[in-house]
Design a protein. Structure first.
Length: 326
């Protein structure tokens, strides 16, 4: 990460390369911290996923009617709730991890020898709280937006021609909300939201392309990682649901391990995705607000000041200086 400054104007290709380059350079610390944070969540999330998809495949194999489907939905409620809850916490961990590391590096801190305990105290604990604020407030905004779209659609379906593209336009800049709020110490939640729209709207085209490309990559990788576990669950539910004894226990355990591994590495796949938005934020901030020049001006009085004009720091005169008086 040493050669990737945050506040630097970058093209799309440079943001893309910087994201994966940062991931490769910091993969050891990212993987180590992910083991602490995400592996336990992956194990817990897999329990809910195994239960949920097993019931779904079993219901599909039986060919149930509507009442049984409603019963299945009720039965899957706890498993689905567990998946959502773990996804919420996992997202907060991943986002705070990436932008906490970017913030620490930007402030001049070395990542070498960084321990999880130190990092949590310095950056991630506060970042985790901020991400939770964004997720909760973001859900309220999402509900409000879809409520408005739904009311307009109830009045006239033709309104969707306008509201759906408008919804897309206003959703894209939200991807900058987290990096701004987590990296800038003095920026509060609403101010970070306002700034994300100022940066996002002025760089909307490049931000949309970046979000589209990174989303396709992450989604494709996640699907590939999840396919083996899903296939094994389908086989268990469709091919031999009556399997009992040691064979059933062994197959279920292997299925659980494969699904847990796929879930864990799906979380890992999100890291370059988040790096990309962090670098887009840094590029937009430098392009629009020229933040590096502002920082240099703010610290101008600290640059090159040798205190020669201060009598208290006046250097002693040498014999050479008083040569004419000898």
């Amino acid at each position: 990460m040493k050669k990737n400054r945050l506040y630097q104007v970058r093209s799309f290709g440079e943001k893309f390369n910087a994201s994966f380059d940062s991931f490769k350079r910091a993969w050891k610390i990212l993987f180590r911290f992910s083991l602490y944070l995400l592996l336990p969540l992956s194990l817990l999330q897999t329990i809910g996923m195994d239960e949920y998809y097993s019931n779904v495949f079993a219901s599909a194999a039986i060919g149930t009617d509507t009442p049984d489907q409603m019963t299945a939905i009720i039965q899957n409620g706890p498993a689905f709730s567990l998946i959502i809850a773990v996804s919420f916490v996992g997202t907060a961990f991943v986002v705070s991890l990436v932008y906490g590391l970017m913030k620490k590096y930007q402030q001049g801190g070395s990542l070498d020898g960084l321990t999880f305990k130190t990092f949590w105290k310095e950056a991630q604990g506060r970042g985790f709280q901020r991400v939770c604020n964004i997720l909760l407030f973001g859900m309220l905004l999402t509900i409000l937006a879809f409520l408005v779209v739904g009311l307009l659609a109830a009045a006239s379906l033709y309104s969707l021609i306008v509201t759906l593209p408008a919804l897309l336009v206003f959703m894209v800049p939200l991807s900058l909300w987290a990096p701004i709020y987590l990296i800038e110490d003095d920026t509060h939640l609403v101010e970070a939201l306002r700034k994300s729209y100022r940066y996002g709207m002025k760089t909307w085209g490049s931000l949309f392309v970046l979000a589209l490309v990174m989303t396709v990559i992450v989604y494709a990788v996640s699907c590939l990682l999840q396919i083996p576990g899903m296939v094994m669950i389908g086989i268990k539910a469709l091919a031999f649901p009556q399997l009992e004894g040691f064979g059933s226990i062994a197959y279920s355990f292997i299925t659980y391990v494969v699904m847990a591994a796929g879930t864990f590495f799906s979380w890992i796949a999100m890291l370059p995705y988040l790096f990309a938005f962090g670098y887009h934020y840094g590029s937009a901030a430098e392009q629009i607000d020229n933040v590096t020049a502002a920082e240099d001006i703010a610290h101008f009085d600290e640059m090159g000041d040798n205190n020669v004009d201060d009598p208290a720091f006046e250097s002693k005169r040498s014999d050479i200086d008083d040569f004419e008086e000898l």
